[in-house]
Ligand binder design. Structure first.
Ligand SMILES: [Zn+2]
Length: 374
């Protein structure tokens, strides 16, 4: 297995390429397209402050000037703090409860909301439908089992914003912790509604009537150009560093740290820490840690040491097999059987892959998207 000499990405990414020195294409893309804009001298922070003033002015007579999705994770929690305390915005905090919130996530969200005196709106997803959609993904054998959850998170918020004529959406997306995107084989586009529907059509048993859905074309084109909705990523305008953000959240709000990125959902923890790793050999930590290496928040040796630690103990595994199977309404044996079933890829089902990748290519040429998405 060939590993990049600079980060910890390796050939479990089927599209990784190495130059003659052994540097991978994620690293060379970072140096060429992201590094020049990532660290900055504060000028960009003035840009986001100007933009925040414009948002405030335009929404003087509204209850909220923008909407901000929160998961309870570091990035979205820090963004809530930054938007309210530093930018002086008054965002409506939007949370989607898809049935898997960990107690820790709920308590972290509460601490942020009360500490910042913000208003929280929670959309609770119909569990019968969510369960059926999620079970369909398990049965399909594709790696990206978190797609149903990811899909409803963003679709719910976009649809809510459109309905309530909220023009500005803030999100915690950032190059600092996510400059390397997981390869599509590990994590296919959650916004590809064609794939979601086709997997559910084959394996689902319940009709999906209430689950929020939004096709990538609907929000990237219709909402953006016809409804003038703007998505802003404030963390890309500042020198956002994960360790400092965690420290601030702990000190100011008594916020509690998670073991790994995305562990605010019990499902995501099981899926990333166990299922994806043991069934497919895909370790999402490699992309997360590599992002931190590239942005100088961690050394490569520290990342290699962290990767040696198994994210799951045997005890946690048994616990979570029980918990997850019960939630999905199947037996533990059924879940083990699904675990041992044949591995599939997103390519085995209908999708809009070629059209989406065409848009990705255009976005990369226009420098709207700077990460490598392959
Ligand atoms: Zn690399």
């Amino acid at each position: 297995m060939k590993v990049c000499i600079n980060c910890v990405m390796d050939e479990t990414d089927p599209k990784i390429k190495f130059d003659f020195k052994g540097l991978c294409n994620h690293c060379s893309n970072y140096h060429k397209n992201i590094e020049p804009i990532w660290k900055n001298d504060g000028k960009k922070e003035n840009q986001i402050k100007d933009l925040a003033n414009k948002i405030k002015n335009e929404n003087k007579h509204e209850n909220f000037d923008c909407i901000l999705g929160i998961s309870g994770g570091v990035d979205s929690s820090y963004l809530a703090y930054y938007a309210k305390e530093i930018l002086g915005l008054n965002p409506l905090i939007y949370h989607v409860d898809a049935g898997w919130n960990s107690e820790l996530a709920v308590s972290n969200i509460d601490k942020i909301i009360s500490g910042l005196d913000l208003e929280l709106y929670t959309e609770v997803i119909n569990w019968k439908e969510m369960q059926d959609l999620q079970l369909s993904y398990f049965k399909s054998g594709v790696p990206c089992l978190d797609t149903p959850q990811d899909h409803v998170f963003f679709a719910s918020m976009y649809n809510f914003a459109k309905k309530n004529k909220i023009k500005y959406i803030l999100n915690g997306g950032n190059y600092s912790t996510e400059c390397i995107r997981e390869p599509l084989e590990w994590h296919y586009h959650a916004s590809d509604l064609k794939q979601l529907r086709s997997i559910h059509e084959i394996f689902g048993t319940v009709e999906l009537n209430t689950i929020p859905m939004s096709d990538i074309f609907k929000y990237k084109i219709y909402y953006k150009y016809f409804k003038k909705m703007k998505v802003i990523q404030p963390l890309n305008y500042i020198n956002y560093e994960k360790k400092k953000a965690i420290k601030l959240l702990q000190d100011k709000f008594n916020w509690t740290k998670y073991k790994y990125k995305h562990y605010e959902s019990r499902f995501t923890r099981f899926y990333e820490g166990y299922w994806l790793l043991e069934k497919f050999g895909y370790d999402k930590r490699k992309a997360h840690l590599s992002s931190l290496i590239l942005t100088n928040q961690m050394t490569r040796d520290e990342a290699i040491d962290e990767l040696k630690i198994k994210p799951y103990t045997e005890e946690e595994k048994i616990d979570d097999f029980n918990y997850i199977s019960k939630k999905l309404g199947i037996s533990v044996d059924d879940l083990h059987e699904l675990f041992n079933s044949k591995n599939k890829s997103f390519r085995d089902f209908k999708s809009n892959y070629h059209i989406i990748q065409f848009f990705v290519m255009v976005s990369r040429i226009l420098k709207i998207e700077r990460r490598l998405i392959h």
